[in-house]
Design a protein around this ligand. Structure first.
Ligand SMILES: [Zn+2]
Length: 484
């Protein structure tokens, strides 16, 4: 198959194609199980394979894909025909930033392949967890396991040949209960990165048991709590909500295709303009953010993107100043051309597709906030006069250009004069993105930093659900409106 792909790439190169690449998925498997109140509500397994071809001709892309790999030549011809048609309507001729030809193999770290674990063991793990969650106050218990395995072979007309083998494991446990007013509340645990692998071996029963006890205890505290006050306070965001704040108002806002106006679905635009790079004060000097696809053991680290560009660690915001974006080969060329100066020096290696039948677009890698020098959570609480600690993503609403936001969280703990006083329910906060990040007044040290995994970042039409990570410390922001 690989030889056939290379022969076809050579064939199109001898005609007038500018560039050709192929992504062959010999196998992609998914297995997901969900137990609801002790019943196995869902157990699905799927498997697919196929190949996707991109051809660049006279500044336009053509794409074709099929799970039938018996007609490879016809598939390349179809992609080329599509590019020829698109070339008649091109408004901004596509150019690709330079890259090196690479021969490489990337394997995501895991010891036990979850696809070799018997179904009975997976169900038994869910039953164990369900038993732990079966406690007073809990009306609904949801335990979930999601496994994926992909083998991707990439070849292009510039001499690259890359194979990737990626296994992902996404477990979660959740409890729900009802308060005296009939309102449902929830606490959830999806483990952050633990250790250096993420195969079946990461499903550590003791770790899940401790967290099952914690989320049941916290749910009951929320059920008995009073409402979050409506006022201005300092908000101390734990990684369990700060990752989503970062995802929505730094990550998505800094995808270069969005900045260029190409991705307008799902609160699609960005308030950031090409003139902002190197100048815009995005946040206080305590804010340093990066797109780090070299972070070990995270779904946002994939070795090489779907343009064949190696994973990189790129600064996005340096001590508060906007310096970078999430980029691929195509958009950096267009951005530099439109700005009539070189803002971006080559691709940032962030072009990814979710499947062989989808085209790569700019996706978050690991969008991380650097740990700061404000110590532990306790240290930050001690230095807070009037605040609230928030955790758990309950709901989120984002302005159409990511310029404002409103988040609700699963739990809040009020802080008065340096002490945690009590739990509150229905906690929310809102703000304007730039004003909010400029009010960042404390960033926790490495002890507070956690890598949270995201399994379902949606982008593109048709939709592409992507996996990534966020390395996040505890962060405190001042004068934030809460409770409404
Ligand atoms: Zn997303």
């Amino acid at each position: 198959m690989l030889k056939q792909l290379q022969e076809q790439i050579e064939r199109l190169k001898r005609t007038s194609a500018t560039y050709v690449d192929a992504r062959w998925y010999p196998v992609e498997e998914a297995n997901s199980l969900m137990m609801w109140n002790g019943n196995l509500k869902n157990a699905t397994a799927s498997r697919e394979s196929g190949v996707g071809i991109r051809v660049l001709y006279k500044g336009a892309w053509g794409f074709s894909a099929s799970s039938d790999v018996g007609q490879v030549a016809a598939l390349f011809d179809k992609a080329f025909d599509n590019a020829r048609v698109a070339a008649q309507r091109v408004t901004f001729p596509i150019r690709l930033a330079e890259k090196d030809a690479i021969q490489a193999l990337f394997n995501s770290p895991n010891r036990i392949d979850p696809f070799r674990v018997p179904l009975a063991d997976k169900v038994s793990f869910l039953q164990d967890m369900d038993e732990k969650l079966k406690q007073p106050g809990v009306l609904q218990r949801v335990c979930e396991l999601i496994f994926t395995r992909k083998q991707i072979v990439y070849v292009d007309s510039e001499g690259s040949q890359i194979e990737k083998n990626i296994i992902e494991v996404f477990p979660s446990i959740q409890v729900m209960g009802m308060d005296a007013q009939g309102v449902t509340h929830s606490r959830k645990y999806s483990p952050p990165r633990v250790g250096d692998t993420r195969g079946w071996e990461t499903l550590d029963t003791q770790m899940f048991t401790e967290n099952a006890e914690r989320i049941v205890r916290e749910l009951n505290q929320v059920l008995a709590a009073e409402d979050c006050p409506k006022e201005d306070r300092s908000v101390i965001l734990l990684p369990g909500i700060m990752f989503l704040q970062t995802h929505e108002t730094i990550g998505h806002a800094l995808e270069l295709d969005r900045i260029l106006g190409y991705e307008l679905s799902y609160a699609g635009g960005s308030f950031v303009t090409l003139g902002d790079f190197g100048h815009l004060r995005y946040g206080s000097t305590k804010l340093t953010a990066r797109a780090d696809a070299t972070l070990p053991n995270s779904p946002g680290s994939f070795g090489y993107d779907d343009d064949g560009v190696p994973a990189q660690d790129n600064l996005l915001i340096d001590k508060g100043i906007l310096v970078g974006a999430i980029t691929g080969r195509q958009m950096v060329e267009e951005a530099n051309a439109r700005a009539r100066k070189q803002i971006f020096n080559g691709s940032g290696g962030a072009n990814r597709a979710t499947a062989f039948y989808r085209v790569p677009i700019e996706r978050m890698t690991n969008i991380n906030i650097d740990p700061g020098d404000d110590g532990s959570l306790d240290d930050i609480v001690k230095g807070t006069e009037k605040g609230i600690i928030l955790d758990g993503e309950k709901s989120w609403s984002i302005g159409s250009n990511r310029e404002q936001f409103h988040f609700a969280t699963d739990i809040g703990w009020l802080v008065e004069e340096g002490q945690v006083t009590r739990v509150v329910k229905n906690s929310t906060y809102k703000g304007e993105t730039l004003k909010f990040y400029n009010s960042l007044s404390a960033v926790g040290g490495p002890s507070t930093w956690q890598v949270q995994y995201v399994n379902n970042c949606g982008k593109g039409q048709p939709n592409q659900d992507m996996q990534l990570g966020h390395g996040i410390p505890v962060c405190r922001f001042d004068h934030v409106r809460i409770g409404e």
